[in-house]
Each structure stands twice: as C-alpha cells, then as structure tokens.
Design a protein around this ligand. Structure first.
Ligand code: MYR
Length: 280
C-alpha cells in the first residue's frame, strides 16, 4: 500500500522539511479586508506581521477551502492508496472535521485524518514521524499507533502579549469572569480537551517563562530523551536565546525553534512565546 503524509499549514514545517520528507501540505487562510491569503503559499509570516501593522481591522482566519481539499486528495489518489493527514486541534478549527468528511468525497484513496489536539510544531513532529515510518515501510495502523504513543507526552504551554485577539476570535475557553481577570496579567495557557484554557495566572512574562521552564524541568528530570520546540510570534532572537538556555540546562532535551505563522498569529498576536515537548 502506498501511503502519503499530509499536514495543514499550521504545522509550519519549512518547505525544505516538507520536500525532504515528502510531506504534502494544505493551507489555511487569513482573511484581510482587502484580500485573502493562503498562508505559507501567498503570504509568509514576516509579510503577515508587517501587513497587520499597516491595517486597522484585524484579519480573520478560515479552514482550507473544501474544493482545494478535494482537488489535493484527487491529485494524491493518482499515486497513493492512503493518506495520513495531521491537523490542528479540532477544538479550535473545523479543518480536521473537513478532512474526515473528505474521506467519503474522494474515490480511490483512504483518508486517515489525525487530530493533533494541539497545533504548530506538535503537528509537525507527528507528520515527520509518520513520514519517516512510511519510508521504513510501516503500515497505516503502525503509524497511527506510534502517533498516539507520542500524544501521551506531547504538551504545549504558551503566553501571549495581549489576550484580546484570542478572546475576540472565540478561541479562549473558560468562564468570562476568569478571562476578564486575566486580561491585565500574562497567564500561561495550554490545551485541555482540545481547547485553549488558562493554565495558571502569572503576573509577568518573565515569571511565566520561568514557570514553563519549571514544567519542562519536571518532565526532563528522569533523563529520558526528549524533543522540545520553542515557538515565537515574530521574536526570533528571544526564541534563540531561550533555546540556548534550555539546551544548556537540559542535555537530554533536543531543543528546536519554530514560529507562529499567519493563521495562529491572527489569534495569538505578535510577541507570543510557546514551548512544546514530548518524550521521544
Ligand atoms: C480556523 O479559522 O479554522 C483556524 C483557527 C485557528 C485558531 C488558533 C488559535 C490559537 C492556537 C494556539 C496554538 C498554540 C500551540 C502551541
């Protein structure tokens, strides 16, 4: 059986990674007043951050256009029998559900949609692992089982400069009173049951970052091999400095840097920082 691996643009895998591992990509969109862009295709992260500064109205986001999904699957069906397609959490986007529905719409290819229950490089790690296993001749079942195993330790914490984007976009869950009380501080956020909720109320960004580091320290204490990824919203130097600190502090953790691209940054705003990790 020939298996393709696909993910959506919010994995923010680089074109080089996608090419090297033969990973297909379906883009989500950012919608400005004057134009709609497919992220990672028509607009890069840095073009997006520049454009947001020039616009009065905030952009919106939308899941991949159904016609494009079908077109992509039809194209894949010419060379593959199945596709494992990894997506951002079904609690924050309809992308995963659309992919589940697409399985019945296209003949000649079985679609195995996988809900990362997170987004960004967590999706990337699932897709990269799936692609490696495909190269080694693994079956769909073996790959899905391995991704579920990775999910047991995959976790992400993040902070944003300003919570209003998340709140306006309806992607912050929790009682309104709690959210209101968080607007003046820098809460650490995380995913619970596929949705974004406050993890802990913390006063300053510095303390919030220390708290996230402490959470990683707890996980890394047993010395098991781990992978971690720093995610930043247009703050490459800050992420690189943190990467260096974490790499020095946790020799058993391989730390990489990735970014919040246009769709995720529409909801998190510029200046967000996140850290995700899993046990390899
Ligand atoms: C859509 O319109 O379907 C896309 C909605 C994307 C919502 C993004 C919300 C923020 C996600 C933060 C991910 C942090 C991962 C560590």
């Amino acid at each position: 059986m020939k298996i393709a691996v696909m993910t959506d643009s919010t994995a923010y895998l680089t074109p080089e990674q996608r090419e090297a591992f033969d990973i297909h990509m379906i883009p989500l969109q950012v919608v400005f007043d004057d134009a709609t862009y497919e992220e990672e295709v028509d607009i890069t992260a840095s073009e997006f951050y520049d454009k947001v500064k020039q616009q009065k109205a905030l952009p919106k986001t939308s899941q991949p256009v159904v016609g494009k999904v079908i077109e992509k699957l039809e194209e894949l069906s010419e060379s593959y029998d199945a596709v494992i397609s990894v997506h951002l959490s079904s609690g924050i986007s309809g992308t995963y559900q659309s992919m589940v529905a697409a399985d019945d719409m296209v003949e000649g290819i079985d679609v195995y949609a996988y809900d990362s229950e997170l987004s960004c490089m967590a999706q990337g790690y699932y897709a990269l692992e799936a692609a490696r296993m495909v190269k080694q001749g693994a079956s769909v079942e073996e790959i899905l089982k391995r991704m579920d195993e990775m999910k047991e330790t995959m976790i992400a914490y993040f902070i944003v400069d300003d919570l209003t984007n998340l709140q306006r976009g309806g992607r912050l869950n929790g009682a309104q009173a709690i959210i209101g009380s968080l607007l003046q501080v820098k809460p650490v956020l995380h995913f619970e049951d596929k949705r974004i909720v406050p993890f802990e109320k913390i006063r300053t960004k510095k303390k919030a970052i220390s708290r996230i580091k402490a959470l990683l320290a707890e996980q890394a204490a047993d010395g098991a091999k781990m992978k971690a990824c720093l995610l930043h919203g247009n703050r490459p130097e800050e992420a690189e400095t943190l990467r260096g600190e974490l790499a020095a502090e946790f020799p058993n953790v391989e730390v990489e840097v990735s970014y919040f691209g246009p769709v995720i940054a529409t909801h998190l705003g510029e200046g967000a920082i996140g850290l995700l990790w899993y046990k390899v």
